[in-house]
Design a binder for this molecule. Structure first.
Ligand SMILES: NC(=O)C1=CN([C@@H]2O[C@H](COP(=O)(O)OP(=O)(O)OC[C@H]3O[C@@H](n4cnc5c(N)ncnc54)[C@H](O)[C@@H]3O)[C@@H](O)[C@H]2O)C=CC1
Ligand SMILES: O=C(O)[C@H]1O[C@H](OP(=O)(O)OP(=O)(O)OC[C@H]2O[C@@H](n3ccc(=O)[nH]c3=O)[C@H](O)[C@@H]2O)[C@H](O)[C@@H](O)[C@@H]1O
Length: 463
């Protein structure tokens, strides 16, 4: 079967870039990305390409080339479903905030809505592809909804989890380590799997396209994120020990990373991992393990989250302790709010939690991030519901000029590893600050020796 028309439900961080690359690489396939969020679709269609809603290096060029050629963004979900042979579901699957599994299980209400909408609209056979990250065995639920509420047409469910990382999404999509496709192990299943394999084979080597059964594919996605996050928590645990013993976590990372069995990637100690997925997916894994009575398995993975929470709290409390046990009324500058560099995404960013702890200590915070808008900072901190929105606005200012931000500040905390922070005129910053002037590098990117020579009191993770 040759696919000529694809629809993707969900025009977010995954749906947008993923479909843009498919359209870019497969000019013969019409790709329509739909979303209920009108503002988001409007932004994807903005004539000024720099206004597309997601910042990712290289994405503007890809969208500019494919948009209105074979890539379309629309709010007409029914039409797109009706016309497509293959439908990707790429909607959000956040942690449940209510009811059974609250705080752990994935909330699948958006997935269910999509399945019901596909079932009600479809008049021809469809291949439905799970692109969202889902608990293992979700395909079963989707199939049940489709088969029981549909118009008698055939649905084939595939699992095709996405492994892109934000900030490098375009490169990850153009040159993936692997593409994973899970499907039913019967003749119809193989036809559906091959249809999707052929789409990716337009630019990905077939040796990198891995096909498995649906459950392995679903579980591999949660497992990959759990393993990646576990590495960060492992090195962050060691960073705390380094700070007590005179060992340097950068040296330890390098030393262990050169062991080819361990490998050097994902061993950067930090203020803690953020992003919309690591925590959500591990909590989901923990919930699934518990639901099968595998309590030891659940406890093992839960520790990754606990260590991450500890690392964020530890960073904030180190600031307070170093500033003579009080930050009340003191201005502290946050360099960075995004959860990592090269993205405007702030979901679960460590900066939010560090800010919350410091606000509890009555600090005043000035935030500078090159890509994050003011209202997003306030939304993030308000969402914690720790204090009123008025109080948050009173104690946090969001600024456009990092040098201005540092005027009369007692301390600077580096929360995101934006490259530009390394190139600042630190002497100029020092001259504007209260003395002693403190820098807390939560990302280990600043040249500490240079800063100490200028006169800063410099602290970093794991040293
Ligand atoms: N953000 C990332 O880097 C990665 C995310 N994932 C997974 O991909 C999925 C999507 O994540 P993001 O793109 O980050 O989420 P997102 O929140 O940026 O985008 C999801 C979009 O789906 C739309 N939506 C929700 N329900 C809808 C419905 N019934 N009909 C039409 N549109 C609907 C929302 O309006 C939103 O624009 C999640 O399961 C996530 O775990 C997987 C790999 C990477
Ligand atoms: O499912 C997802 O959403 C995605 O989650 C992660 O991607 P992402 O969260 O975008 O970014 P990462 O590069 O993994 O970084 C996650 C967090 O860990 C932190 N990190 C990463 C690496 C490291 O060595 N140290 C460290 O603190 C980052 O700063 C960031 O806060 C995975 O890397 C992707 O493969 C996956 O598709």
């Amino acid at each position: 079967m040759v696919v000529r028309n694809i629809c993707c439900i969900g025009a977010g961080y995954v749906g947008g870039p993923t479909m843009a690359v498919i359209a870019y690489k497969c000019p013969d396939i019409k790709v329509t990305v739909v979303d209920v969020n009108e503002a988001r679709i409007k932004a994807w269609n903005d004539e000024d390409i720099s206004n597309i809603p997601i910042y990712e290096p290289g994405l503007e060029d890809i969208v500019a080339e494919a948009r209105d050629r074979n890539l379309f963004f629309s709010t007409d979900i029914e039409k797109a479903i009706d016309e497509a042979e293959m439908i990707f579901i790429s909607v959000n699957t956040p942690t449940k905030t209510y009811g059974l599994g609250k705080g752990k299980a994935a909330d699948l209400k958006y997935i269910e809505l999509c399945a019901r909408q596909i079932a009600s609209v479809a008049k021809t056979d469809k291949i439905v592809v799970e692109k969202s990250t889902l608990p293992v065995r979700t395909a079963e639920a989707i199939k049940s909804i489709l088969d029981n509420t549909g118009n008698g047409v055939k649905f084939h469910i595939l699992s095709n989890p996405e492994f892109l990382a934000e900030g490098t999404a375009v490169q990850d999509l153009l040159n993936p380590d692997r593409v994973l496709i899970g499907g039913e192990t019967n003749e119809d299943g193989f036809v559906a799997i091959n249809a999707l394999v052929d789409v990716y084979a337009n630019w990905v080597g077939r040796d990198k396209i891995l096909t498995t059964n649906v459950w392995s594919s679903e579980l591999s996605k949660l497992t990959a994120n759990a393993f990646l996050a576990q590495r960060v928590s492992s090195i962050n645990a060691i960073s705390a020990l380094c700070e007590q013993t005179g060992a340097d976590v950068n040296e330890v990372s390098k030393a262990i990373g050169m062991d080819s069995r361990i490998g050097s990637k994902f061993l950067k100690a930090s203020v803690g991992f953020g992003g919309s997925c690591f925590q959500k997916d591990i909590l989901n894994l923990v919930y699934i393990a518990k639901s099968y009575g595998l309590n030891e398995v659940a406890d093992y993975w839960e520790q990754v989250i606990k260590m991450n929470d500890y690392q964020k709290r530890r960073f904030a409390s180190n600031i307070v302790k170093t500033l003579y046990n009080t930050v009340s009324g003191k201005k502290i500058v946050f360099l960075g709010w995004a959860f990592k560099k090269d993205t405007n995404d702030t979901r679960e960013s460590a900066a939010i939690y560090v800010a919350d702890d410091l606000l509890n200590e009555e600090a005043n915070i000035a935030v500078y991030d090159p890509k994050v808008e003011k209202e997003i900072v306030y939304r993030d901190i308000d969402n914690l519901n720790t204090r009123t929105s008025e109080l948050n606005r009173k104690h946090i200012e969001v600024v456009n000029d990092p040098y201005e931000a540092c005027k009369d500040a007692y301390a600077i905390a580096v929360l995101t590893e934006w490259d530009e922070f390394k190139t600042y005129d630190w002497q100029r910053i020092y001259d504007k600050m209260k003395k002693p002037a403190f820098v807390f590098d939560g990302r280990n990117i600043i040249d500490g020796e240079k800063l100490r020579e200028i006169g800063f009191v410099f602290r970093r993770i794991g040293n």
